[in-house]
Design a protein around this ligand. Sequence first.
Ligand SMILES: O=C[C@H](O)COP(=O)(O)O
Length: 530
Amino acid sequence: MKNTFKEVPNEYKITSLVNQNTYLVEGELKEWKGATAEVYSTISSTENYQPTLLGTVPDLGENEALEALSSAVKAFGKGQGLWPTMKVEGRIAAMEKFVVQMKTKRTEIVKLLMWEIGKALADSEKEFDRTIEYIYDTIEDYKQMDRDSAKFQKNSGVHAHIRRGPLGVILCLGPYNYPLNETFALLIPAIIMGNTTVFKPAKHGVLLLTPLLEAFRNSFPAGVVNVIYGRGRTLATPIMKTGKVDVLALIGNSKSANAIQENHPQKNRLRLVLGLEAKNPAIVLEDADLDLAINECVSGATSFNGQRCTALKIIYVHENIIEEFNKRFSDKVDALKFGNPWEQGVELTPLPEPGKTAYIQELIDDATNKGAKIINKKGGETTENYIFPSVLYPVSKDMRVYEEEQFGPVTPILSFKNIEEPLDDMAESNYGQQVSVFGSDVNTLSPLIDTLVNLVCRVNLNSSCQRGPDVYPFTGRKDSAVGTLSVHDALRSFSIRTFLASKDTDYNNAILKELLDKKTSNFISTDYIL
Ligand SMILES: O=C[C@H](O)COP(=O)(O)O
């Protein structure tokens, strides 16, 4: 593939470096005078290819990691802190103050999203807007929490008033592919539920948080949000070793999650909220609408270059339609447009991880050495920062691309004769997030869907896999997830149901009435007196 360099339009040029020289602890943006790490984009600003320097971030060490932890521990204050005891209205006001400021940073953040992780303009804007919506929806859901779910023994002689309480100190680690939206899918519900947090952004997609640090600082009480920069393990290891982290919230891979949680001295006490790998399959049945199936499979496998945990990472096609499917799928992949994120109609964009093209090439070499072919014409063509999507067929179980989560532009295809073949593979897989099934006969689909829901957590009928809308539960079986995210579920994942109980006497009832009449009580009131 030719180098497709095009002059960067003025509005998207990097005119000044983002030199982030502070980190956020105890409500203070502390100046850092030690070592820094340079942040590069794999997108070139010049015709002769070279990565573009975007700025620097502090390369913090153990002392600063522990300082951030102490700040969060102090803010939680053994349950007595200002934030965990604050009334619902106070927390909502703080979150609203934050989101109002965040909205003013859209242009700046969208531009950094494009440069830092190569996300196309329209998708970067979508990520920003989706995150704003996520915050507002979270606030609304928080107001309504538990109003429809409390059940207590009637006529027990005891009144119960329910609330959701915080869990304590949360260590949050976000992913590079959604450095804003998925990171905030952890951080926002964790904060609003009254927890205090230490947050380390991903290596790519780190500078785009700079415009938000002041908003974090001035919206929440000191120590509620602490933001540190540096290498994940260097910072997370000493933090976990203290045993003072109550929840590890991470979106990334299970290897990192395991290594980090291992350091906690009382692992049984540590709660986990994890979004991990997936290998979501598409199953294309013989009677599928092929136009629809191919369109959905191409976008499902290639959007954001396959760097989505929800991407279609393996495709099973019935043997009677495999030839036609492969031909049309490959042609459609070859027609995808590669370019810089701000280019009109761009569908494939530079990969932010410099080593990614080599890894994808390894998977391709391994598969082709074992008998698969690259069946699309442009498959495997490279530039300095990209490798064009390869469509591999026939893929077998001894190939790495069958097993590994490629998280990049390569799509393995297998054919099947009996539906038990893909179903058995799914049952044996280490993952269990979602599946897409394409077909039209309800008599076939109905029992199939009944089985699929036992293997994964979301079945997409005649459509590709995705996380949204963000109010839907987002989780997975086996190594794909621990806990559930989404607007509604994350509030529950980051809290515990607690209640105030009192014997049904005139004396208690008088006190309760006064307590609950206070509009700002964290306890949901009379609805729950049974
Ligand atoms: O990387 C995993 C994301 O949760 C994918 O989200 P998405 O389906 O909205 O692209």
